[in-house]
Design a protein around this ligand. Structure first.
Ligand code: ZN
Ligand code: ZN
Length: 362
């Protein structure tokens, strides 16, 4: 069954009359069409009964027809600059729709415009449907994630070429960004180089701080490959000899992260996986210093379902791919994080990032 058919079936079971998908990862997942997200409306409409159609601005019709959309039995309907494309969608739905699903990245102005032309319909997140499909990766998707993981590993392996005392975080990050593309990504998504006290801020990006001897440096990097699938891996480096207490908690973090990646198997709850690392870190007296969830799913987005968080009763299933990235952060001083992408298999877990998790001193 195609992804489109599965989505339609699930939408029906979830009580939707139609699902509307604007450009983004859901549209790419369902159709292979990488459309531009812009002010003009492009929208795939999947009625639970009837033929799916893609509304596109006239100038984008050739691009839509050149995409895999043409082979999927989707009717391409274009609209002219002066037409109201929302009214066009409403008119083409041949029966009353009471409940519609909207992709969770739809622009607010589009959500509101759909509300105006379909005042009788209630709007709901289509993620109810899409998450069920996208959360469990097919073998081909896992291959694509494996390739992305290997590509980002090649960047971490070269870190000694760029990361050293006397350079700013920004200078180092610029080199890393170029290397992410050189290593086989189509584009760089993010580069975090957090040195010294900045390492204690989990989502610090870069600054003009000059890296000092003895600094721990958190390097969290990722990109998108030509398949659309993404990488995300963190290693923490030390510039020369780091502070003694840093070495001590890095060892705890490494033990926690290893215990978590080793524990991945079908049936384990996301909350249980989170607790495995959190307990080890708490026993070492750092409960308050691990201030975020264990991880997030990854695929066509860097952050997607499933989230590995303390209040999630979701059981892991084969094909689920997510990060395992505990951290310890001492505000104002330094911090550390270790992050691998792991795929749940039939029997356990497969780590897609393979560079050493021992502390690398540069
Ligand atoms: Zn990351
Ligand atoms: Zn991550």
């Amino acid at each position: 069954m195609s992804r489109l058919e599965k989505a339609r079936e699930l939408a029906g079971r979830s009580g939707f009359d139609a699902v509307f998908i604007t450009p983004g990862s859901d549209l790419f997942y369902l159709t292979g069409y990488r459309a531009i997200a812009a002010e003009r409306l492009t929208c795939l409409v999947i009625p639970v009964e009837g033929v799916p159609f893609l509304v596109v601005p006239r100038l984008e019709r050739p691009a839509a027809l050149a995409s895999p959309v043409a082979g999927l039995g989707i009717e391409v309907v274009d609209w002219d600059e002066t037409e109201n494309p929302y009214a066009l969608v409403a008119a083409r739905l041949d029966r009353d729709v009471a409940r519609i699903g909207l992709d969770n990245q739809m622009w607010a102005e589009k959500v509101l415009a759909f509300r105006a032309v379909l005042p009788g319909a209630t709007q709901h997140p289509a993620s109810e449907v899409l998450r069920e499909l996208r959360m469990r990766k097919s073998p081909a998707e896992v291959d694509a994630l494996r390739e992305a993981g290997a590509a980002i590993d090649r960047v971490h392996e070269r870190m000694g070429q760029w990361l050293r005392a006397g350079r700013t975080e920004r200078e180092v990050a610029r080199d890393i960004a170029a290397a992410i593309v050189d290593a086989g990504h189509e584009r760089t998504d993010f580069v975090i180089v957090a040195s010294g006290p900045n390492a204690a801020s989990p989502h610090h990006e870069v600054s003009d701080r000059v890296i000092q001897p003895g600094d721990p440096v958190v390097v969290d990097i990722g990109g998108t490959t030509d398949t659309g699938y993404r990488s995300d891996s963190t290693r923490t480096y030390a510039i020369g000899e780091p502070p003694a207490d840093f070495r001590a908690y890095y060892e705890v973090l490494q033990r926690a992260q290893r215990a978590q990646t080793d524990a991945v198997r079908p049936g384990l709850l996301a909350a249980q996986l989170d607790a495995i690392g959190r307990d080890i870190i708490a026993q070492a007296g750092h409960a308050d210093h691990f201030l975020h969830r264990t991880g997030h799913g990854i695929g066509l987005e860097t952050h997607e379902e499933p989230y590995i968080v303390a209040n999630s009763e979701l059981p892991l299933e084969p094909g689920m791919a997510f990060s395992v990235e505990p951290g310890i952060y001492l505000t104002g001083r330094h911090g550390a994080r270790i992050e691998d992408i792991v795929v749940c298999t039939e029997t356990g877990g497969e780590r897609l990032n393979r560079t050493t998790r021992d502390l690398v001193t540069l």
